[in-house]
Design a protein. Sequence first.
Length: 225
Amino acid sequence: MKTVFILDDERAILDLISKYLTKEGYSVETFLNAEDLLKRIEIKMPDMFVLDIMLPGGMDGLELCRHLRTVTTTPIIFVSAKGEELDRILGLELGADGYLTKPFSPRELVAYIKTIFRRVDFSNEAPSLIEYGDLKLSVEERWASVNSKDLELTAKEFDLLSNLLGNINKAFSRQELLDRIWGYDYVGDIRVVDDLVKRLRRKLREAGAAVGISTVWGYGYKIGE
């Protein structure tokens, strides 16, 4: 049974989300502040986080997401009243896997969670260790290296490299990469894919990698011949 940790400062929202997720067979734990959640993950790490952004006092959801990404790759979904495009992009760039704007349907959140779990489960079926040229990547342990030197990547940079490296010579369209990395419900600008590729290319180049990401003009990107 997968476990979901939910953080929101409104008890009514916590109870509503918890009710729907429990009905779908998930184990749910709820938190009213970030500090209690941080104490809990010292003992137990969930399979997914659902986080509000605006929290009274202390650490907000963005700060919490930034911290969580230093200790875990567990999927994170933001639920927030802040629905501007820049807010969504900031949340996703900090490492979140999804973003829903309040008010939202609990059924929509359940569908979103199922989609992300399917994507995670699919990636877990991929080879645990991928090697190509001077690149090496562990899907299970989520690390990558160039010539045996660790490559420091964000969660989404790793997901991009994992998709490309796990499918040598396959050209991915920008839309396909957007769906795989940000999720099928992402409604932001598709140019976030290009920005992510630029950042990963820079890191590969700075690490001295001989393998690079090729542009398939008018379509997308690939690694390979």
